[in-house]
Design a protein. Sequence first.
Length: 356
Amino acid sequence: MTSQHSDPYHYPEDALRPTVDYLLAAQRASGEIPWFEGGHTDPWNHTEAAMGLSIAGELQAAERAYDWLQSEQLDDGSWWASYVNGKAANVTRRETNYVAYIATGVWHHYLISKDRDFLERFFPVVERAIEFVVAMQSEHGEVAWACDTIGNPMDDALVTGSSSVYKSLECALHIARSLGILKPRWREARQKLGVALRHRPERFDRNWESKSRYAMDWFYPVLAGVFEGEQGRERLNARWSEFVEPELGCRCENHQPWVTVAESCELTMALLGVGDIVRARTLFDGLWQWRDESGVFWTGYQFVEDILWPLEQPTWTSGAVLLAADALSHHTAASRLFTQVDTKERPTLERRQVGL
């Protein structure tokens, strides 16, 4: 059932200022945003933090974050899995959802900044990244979760990662269309990936234990627009009690007594996407308790042992908080990015096909 709420949700700018300042302090002179001081950087979470900066109006800092990605992009359009102190650290693989996410970040920043020069400057970066990812798609529609050092696809796919790629393909198509560029191959890749996510579960988790115990496998296909409307509501309702701990937040795994702020923020946006405003607000409003005295959010809370765990404050958690606050309040022009699929990129509803 769609939940309605008549009172407007106001963007809590003052309350979130410590979160923004934390991101600014964490960003290095190069533009790189590590997980925390002394931690590593990966392209996906770096982009999540950059989107938080855009929401806060820190446009120059956000653009420096994208400049860093541009400077580190490999010749084939990808990035390594992680970096430490500005140098590639994990060079065993390139993860496709990490690579594709720059399209989401660049489109998000453009929606806020309206800076067409920025969009034109970063289109070649996005184009190389998306071409790399599309090349990792199988004939069945799923996208390999990663490739090895020499570029061979690793033989499996993740529901969460593929859902993130699905959203990034949508954003890449928005960018191309805004610049008057046609990318039919990208559109076809997105359509095939959507079919695989909706109708071909056997193409995921083929060579390892199912990841369905993770909350992100449950809600991310809704957050990314793979499942919308009633289908999305049904998906969220079906496993709500497995993952949501009342008054605490969303668990990371259904069997672990551990709620995390980032997953709770992403679930907040998934709920908004299917019109469940009351549960979205309730979930998000419960997260303020997981801040330190300065107002910066912790990773999460282990509620059996009654401890904050781990004692870390990732920059991507701060980014997720800002994204959820924006989605609730419509503070910026990018506030609906994760709660609506643009009609120009919404696929024609597939008729259920035998054998899919």
